[in-house]
Design a protein around this ligand. Structure first.
Ligand code: DGY
Length: 321
């Protein structure tokens, strides 16, 4: 009997083609609907490998029904949807998709920063809605980006790639991270500082830190109050790092100028969420790594990792076993 691989979202046929000779492969048939929990548990109970999305909770409940499971390949660099301790206890390898998405995610993060600072989305809607009556001196004027200070919270590979882009815009780069990145300091003149110094000094505060118990609810009203009142806050990491109610209050009270958000506490965010009613919020549907080439590379990496583990080899990008 061939080993069984279950994929929790419909992926292009060409991605799974390399698996079909050696493995039995089944996919959840929908591209844009999360696999129901009961289906996932049922499939997990007979799967040798799972290819999961960040919307799937891979936890003790799942591992305890999965008697044959050897690997979970998560289609994301983040793995906060996976209980690593439970995976380890059940001897299941966890793989993610680092590196292949670094530049695409940095491009989107910097694009979101630009769109938010220069009010690009609001301006495009203004034209399409027929509101443009004349050129005028301060029409939809936003904040400068060049020569300003960017503060990056979470200087992993994506943070470093954003810093490179910022350097190209003649920005001063501050960063806060668990460890110093000495090479970035010499290459880009990036300056390490405390979280407090960063939020007080930066014109753009860019959150790229992974979601951990330490970073959950990191950005509160007290933090927004310490920012400059023309600061722009960007979040491209995970929603729960930000207290959304308090971000809303901060934006309404004018503690900061604007926010660009690619991630939310609850995804998809409800269309009636108060944050979406604000014209100084640019909201995107968690598309940091969503270029076609990058998403295809992420899928291929998951497939390679699954094939490696099921063939008794080392996967390329193991998080933890
Ligand atoms: C990740 O990889 O963690 C992103 O959030 C989704 O691409």
């Amino acid at each position: 009997m061939k080993p069984y691989i279950y994929i929790t979202r419909k992926l292009p046929d060409e991605v799974i083609a390399p698996l079909l000779e050696k493995y039995e492969v089944k996919m959840w048939e929908k591209e844009d609907v999360v696999v129901p929990r009961s289906v996932l548990l049922e499939e997990a109970s007979r799967a040798d490998a799972l290819l999961t999305m960040l919307s799937d909770q891979v936890n003790e409940e799942l591992f305890s029904v999965s008697t044959k499971l050897k690997i979970v390949a998560n289609l994301a660099v983040g793995f906060d949807n996976i209980d690593l301790a439970a995976a380890s206890a059940h001897g299941v390898a966890i793989c993610n998709t680092p590196d292949v998405l670094t530049d695409a995610t940095a491009d989107l993060t910097f694009g979101l920063l630009m769109a938010t600072a220069r009010r690009i989305v609001e301006a495009a809607e203004f034209v399409k809605e027929g509101n443009w009556k004349s050129w005028s001196p301060l029409l939809l004027a936003g904040n400068d980006i060049h020569h300003k200070t960017i503060g990056i919270v979470g200087m992993g590979s994506i943070g470093a790639a954003v810093a490179k882009r910022a350097f190209g815009f003649d920005m001063k780069v501050l960063y806060h991270n668990r460890s110093r990145k000495v090479e970035l300091e010499s290459q880009l003149g990036a300056a390490y500082c405390s979280f407090d110094e960063l939020v007080e000094q930066a014109d753009f505060i860019v959150c790229l830190t992974p979601l951990t118990p330490e970073t959950r609810n990191l950005f509160t009203r007290a933090v927004f109050k310490r920012m400059k009142d023309n600061a722009v806050f960007i979040n491209a990491s995970r929603g729960p790092v930000v207290n959304e109610e308090e971000l809303y209050d901060a934006l309404v009270a004018g503690d900061i100028a604007a926010a660009g958000l690619d991630v939310f506490d609850k995804e998809p965010i409800d269309k009636n969420h108060p944050l979406l009613s604000l014209s100084n919020v640019v909201a995107l549907p968690h598309i940091g790594s969503a270029s076609i080439d990058t998403r295809m590379n992420m899928m291929r990496l998951c497939v390679e990792n699954i094939d490696a583990v099921l063939s008794g080899k080392e996967p390329k990008t193991l998080v933890k076993k």
